[in-house]
Structures are given as C-alpha cells and as structure tokens.
Design a protein around this ligand. Sequence first.
Ligand code: PBG
Length: 333
Amino acid sequence: MSHRSGAYPQVRLRRNRANAWSREMLAEHRLHASDLILPIFIQEGTNTETPILSMPGVSRITLDLLVKKAKSAKQLGIPALALFPVIDMKWKTPMGDEALQPDNLVCRAIKELKNAVPDIGIICDVALDPYTSHGQDGVAENGVILNDATIDILCKQAVVMAKAGCDIVAPSDMMDGRVGAIRAALDSESLIDTSILAYSAKYASHHYGPFRDAVDSKKLLGAAYKRTYQMDPANSAEALREIALDIAEGADMVMVKPGLSYLDILYRAASNFNVPVLVYHVSGEYAMVKAAGVQGWIDGDQVMLEHLLAFKRAGARAILTYAAMDVAEFLAK
Ligand code: PBG
C-alpha cells in the first residue's frame, strides 16, 4: 500500500466542508438573481391585486401594478418577466380570437413595460389557452385539437406580440412544427430580432393546476386533458427528439417543464445540446413548497432555494419561478 492511498484516512472530504468560508469558496453551483425569470399574471383594471388561492404569495395584477413590479424586479437583478393574461370570460371564443387583437391585454402590457422599464426582457406565451372557451391550447374539431390549423393562428399571435415589442415569444402549445412556422412568420414581417424560447419538453403534468386556476382555464377544460399534444410523463428519449426538432426549426432557447419531477430530462437536455436550456418551476411545484411551509412541516424558504439550486446543478441556464422576487430579495441580503 502506497503512502498516499487516495482514500481514508488520508483523504477526508469533511476538511473542505469544515468552514463557512471554504464551503462558499468551493461551491460548484450558485443561484443568482440573474438566473431567475418571473412569471406574472396580468388582468384588466387599475390598482387591483387578486390573490390566487392555490398559489400563496402570487396575485393577478393590473397593468399599473405590473409596471411597479417590473421596476422592483429589475432593481433586484431579475433579467426578464414572463407575462400570462387573465382574459375576461366574455372574450373567450372557440378559436381564441382575442389572442390576435393588437390591443389585447398582453400587447398593452408589453407596450407599457417597454415604455416604463425598457431594459427588462419580456417573454410571452404563444398558446391559445387563456383565450379559448374550452381552455385548450389550440383549436378543436369534435374534441380533437387540430395541429396545423392551430399553427396558423399561433403564427399570427406571435407576430402580434412581437410587433407590440415582446422580446421572446415562447410557444407553450406543443403543436408539431410550430417553431419553424413561427420563425418564418416573424422573419416574413422582418421581426428577425424576436427570439423564440420553445417549450420543447413540456409534459402533460398534473402540476399545472394552480396556473389553470390563475388564468381561469381549469373549469373550462373540465374533464378534458392535453395528453394528445403535451408529452407523456413516461417518456424521456422522446423529450430529446422534441428538443432536437425545435432546435432544427430555429429555437434560440429550449425549455423543460415541469422542473423537479423532470430533473433527469433537464440534465440530459443540458448535456446533449449547446443551446441554452431553461426550466419552468411550475405552479404546482411552487404551491407544494408553499403549502408545506405554511403548515410548518418544512422550512419553505430553504426548500425553495434547494429546488432552484437543483435546477442549476442539473444544467438549467435560467429558471422560471413564481418565487423569483422572494429569492432575489433573499440573495441580496
Ligand atoms: C399554457 C401554459 C401552462 C403553463 C404555462 N403555459 C399550462 C398548461 O399547459 O395547461 C403552466 C405553468 C405553470 O403551471 O406554472 N399553454
């Protein structure tokens, strides 16, 4: 046996962990405010904040409050916001027509933000679920979500938002071929600088419940589901295929969603592809941590940090999380 065997008792990994300064110095991954993207639910009206019961600490807010929130987010070092509109029931139609109105809620929000807080990035979902009377992301015929007819509308929706000033359009609908079609539609309108963040590996998850409460699509969806277009949680090789296709179609960034239950997918995506891979820490994941935290069953703030750090460790370049403000405030201390 050699003098230094490369094992205990010479080797003691606890030496590196012994002090706060050494742990700090040797940390392989770190969470920073610049990793965080804040999703925000917006609604019509003025000076009104409507709490979402299934998402403690999250509210739907009106555009005046949105501007204030964007300023605080920017100050905390959060680089971008993701906007989700709550559309009045009277504007919801089977085809989601409101999505194409150049003065709809999302477009007005984009314009106000670009005026008031020009240096924060704006990401907008391309999907019809906030606008359809049936709560699906696309248009339906006899209960079947039509792929190509939906794409035509999504292309128009993306152009409308890009013209309003949206920096990144994020197709979250999971139709086949939509990324390439949206890229072509944007380019044909000379919107060559608008980026595409593809929700590439988006699973048909039960973690989206609180989000559907927030945008009022849950009751519309009823017993219907999105399993014919969102991915089967049983699959992982298929996620890599989805991501490869979206990159080939021109995605600037791709996303895995949800996060925690799909860390293996995130890790494989980040290891396999040289495009930025983002992750969505979705509403149900946020709600679970909050709920257990409120009960005092876990330290909710610390568990939240641990989840977000896990995303960094798995290879996420940025994280969409409803906890972005709280975490950025914590990190600033
Ligand atoms: C809709 C959309 C959903 C989310 C983001 N965009 C819900 C869904 O697909 O039903 C979920 C986000 C979350 O749960 O936080 N296209």
